[in-house]
Design a protein around this ligand. Structure first.
Ligand code: PLP
Length: 383
């Protein structure tokens, strides 16, 4: 059990709540959840589902209508045809990650994962007994990677390669050219599968197109696509996600589901159908609001002495380079929370390569972002 890591965002949240309970005012810039309410049509669909009697277990794979709606959505936004038999509905984005990493990881094997990256990848790889092999994401390349360098890390122990674009915590996007090279190069390594975490695929800015790893035909039989409703539809608390699995792997993932949660909440699944098939204007409105705040937060971060921040292309995080302050990322996280009343997350919570960075989420109002960063600037001024 000591191999299992955590997601520090939940710890920062607990500390921030404890400070608030003592009467302190905290600006929350650590959150990985949209600050919007779930759109009303989706809430209504969930409410109606409960009224209509969706109270029992559903098939472990999910209700057929939702699995079909997922396929329609993938065709609409990714231009890829998938069959409902390949879709496993799960409670959130995380279960697909858990099932895939536990399925492939065991002592003596290696799993490639982005660093800095979503902390649960490294945590679960270690838990499975596999060796985590970082794919270094550098600021100088917009937090993307060079496909050749990634391919050079593959050996006969490699089992799985994890991709996340657009990315948490950097907001980086891997360009089509690198994904294409990677997919082509992987054809020479038929023992390596890919977990493509595309949970931020609808949160892209400046006309950036989403490139799904499922687009690369040569890799389709070896790609597990992870997506969900949490970020796109402001539904983090509903717990709803899906995986698109290669045919021979889906029964194993389904069995993991049966052994853990049985199935996903029934009424939530019905709400999920409405989310995908209903109007999408709320998604566009939320994205526009994030885009406006993205520009504000980057400008404010760059005005702080010792800070610099590149413009993120996706998701809702700004990954500020704080090395100019001469203070470690963890100390900055503590100082900002305890002295300035601003919750944010040390870059090292996303892997050792996050040293020298702090993640600020812009899933908060422009007013709160400005106030939070004013406090941050003030706390860094010499006494
Ligand atoms: C990259 C990435 N993948 C997956 C998840 C998990 O999503 P969920 O909350 O739906 O489990 C998150 C949540 O922050 C994330 O940032």
């Amino acid at each position: 059990m000591s191999q299992l890591g955590t997601e520090t965002a939940f710890e920062v949240l607990a500390k921030a709540k404890a400070l608030e309970a003592q009467g302190k005012n905290i600006v929350h810039l650590h959150i990985g959840a949209p600050d919007f309410r779930t759109p009303e049509n989706i809430v209504e669909a969930g409410r109606k589902a409960l009224k209509d009697g969706y109270h029992a277990y559903t098939p472990a794979k999910g209700i057929p209508e939702l699995r079909e709606a997922v396929c329609e959505d993938i065709l609409k936004y990714r231009k890829v045809e998938v069959h409902p038999d390949n879709v496993l509905i799960v409670p959130g984005g995380k279960p697909t990650m858990f099932y895939a990493i536990m399925m492939f990881g065991e002592p003596g094997t290696e799993i490639l994962y982005p660093n800095p990256g979503f902390p649960i990848y490294e945590s679960l790889i270690e838990f499975s007994g596999a060796t985590p092999v970082p794919i270094e994401l550098e600021e100088s390349s917009g937090f993307s990677f060079d496909a050749e360098k990634v391919l050079a890390k593959i050996n006969d122990r490699t089992r799985l390669l994890i991709l996340n674009t657009p990315a948490n915590p950097t907001g980086g996007v891997v360009p089509r050219s690198e994904l294409e090279k990677l997919a082509k190069g992987l054809e020479a390594h038929p023992h390596v599968y890919v977990l493509a975490d595309e949970i931020y695929s609808r949160l892209l800015y400046d006309g950036e197109e989403h490139v799904s790893f499922l687009e690369f035909e040569g890799m389709r039989e070896r790609t597990i696509l992870l997506d969900g409703w949490s970020k796109t539809y402001a539904m983090t608390g509903w717990r709803l996600g899906y995986g698109v699995w290669p045919k021979e792997l889906l029964p194993h993932a389904e069995r993991m589901q049966i052994n853990t949660v049985s199935c996903t909440n029934a009424a939530t699944q019905v709400a999920g159908v409405e989310a995908l098939r209903g109007p999408q204007d709320a998604v566009d409105r939320m994205r526009q609001a994030f885009d406006d705040r993205r520009k504000i937060i980057v400008e404010e971060l760059n005005a702080i002495p010792g800070f610099s921040c590149v413009m993120p292309k996706g998701a809702f995080y700004a990954f500020a380079n704080t090395s100019g302050t001469g203070i470690s990322s963890r100390d900055l996280e503590d100082r900002f929370l305890n002295e300035a009343g601003v919750a944010c997350i040390s870059g090292t919570s996303f892997g050792h390569l996050g040293e020298g960075y702090v993640r600020f989420s812009y899933a908060n109002s422009a007013e709160n972002i400005k106030e939070g960063l004013r406090r941050v600037r003030e706390s860094l001024q010499p006494a």
